[in-house]
Design a protein around this ligand. Sequence first.
Ligand SMILES: NC(=O)c1ccc[n+]([C@@H]2O[C@H](COP(=O)([O-])OP(=O)(O)OC[C@H]3O[C@@H](n4cnc5c(N)ncnc54)[C@H](OP(=O)(O)O)[C@@H]3O)[C@@H](O)[C@H]2O)c1
Length: 313
Amino acid sequence: MADKKVIAVVGATGAQGGGLARAILADPSGGFACRAITRDPSKDKAQALAREGAVVVQADLDDADSLKKAFAGAYGAYCVTNFWEHFSAEKETAQARNMAEAAKAAGLKQVIWSTLEDTRKLMSPGDTRMPMLQDKYRVPHFDGKADADAFFAGLPVTYLVTSFYWDNLYAFGVGPKKGPDGVYGWAFPMADRRLAGIAVEDIGKVAYGLFKSGAQYVGKTVGIAGEFLTVDQMSEKLSKGLGVSVKYTAVEADAYRAFGFPGADEMGNMFQVYRDFEKEVLGARNVDVARSLNPSLQTFDQWLAQNKDKIAL
Ligand SMILES: NC(=O)c1ccc[n+]([C@@H]2O[C@H](COP(=O)([O-])OP(=O)(O)OC[C@H]3O[C@@H](n4cnc5c(N)ncnc54)[C@H](OP(=O)(O)O)[C@@H]3O)[C@@H](O)[C@H]2O)c1
């Protein structure tokens, strides 16, 4: 353990960080050790990581000193924020700043910042096709992360641009819902454009590949996805894989924003960006690079076969 490079994994009890923690722990001869960071070391997921060999450390992204202690003595850190816990881009940016400052204080040798692109750059400020949200953002959970990129400048950082998790189908309530006719329906403002998607476990595995690659991707932005698929293609695969009928309805972005669930405006803007800027969004992500860093990168069909029971339509 003493001669291993310690990676402080923020979000180790969550989806992205959990994938990285499991990738480190599954490779005991890989030269890395996992320091799992959580606000609550007594929680089941933290305890499970401890049983697998992680050192669990308490810290809170809102508490800069706790992060400095949690990063001290580590070789590297995986930095991720959870917008969906508070829905505030400003808070997310402040949390990222705390992580970047802790990484600097600890003199880390390698840092990964889980970010997303600045969607404001895709439209002029006066563009009226979608509303501004939280005063100054188009897609707050993208733009806030992009704003935070600057805090990591000067660190040996890789900016990891992630993609829509296919796991949202069971974990985030976006999966198809059964209609009175027995057909499962889902609606997005995506027209016939392709969605860059990924199995969330693969994000952590790619991150592990980045740590193993040492200096190669330091200072670089790495955009990853598992596959680019239209929602019709995903529907076909779900229908076949689950033995049900899944039908996609393309709706207008304004209609989606008016659905009224928490974050509908945010998600409406996000899907509209995917639709209206398909070329730019897909161009910022590379499946081959993701596979080179994580040779077990899953396709949608592979992910579906693994997660059938969780989706359980
Ligand atoms: N869903 C998608 O399709 C998608 C795609 C791309 C990017 N993202 C981004 O992914 C991020 C969420 O990552 P995830 O899916 O891995 O999250 P998750 O599974 O919901 O887990 C959140 C993790 O963050 C930790 N955390 C949250 N607030 C914290 C705080 N104040 N201090 C310390 N730790 C804290 C939690 O740890 P404890 O609770 O144990 O403290 C937990 O491990 C979001 O910002 C989202 O925008 C999502």
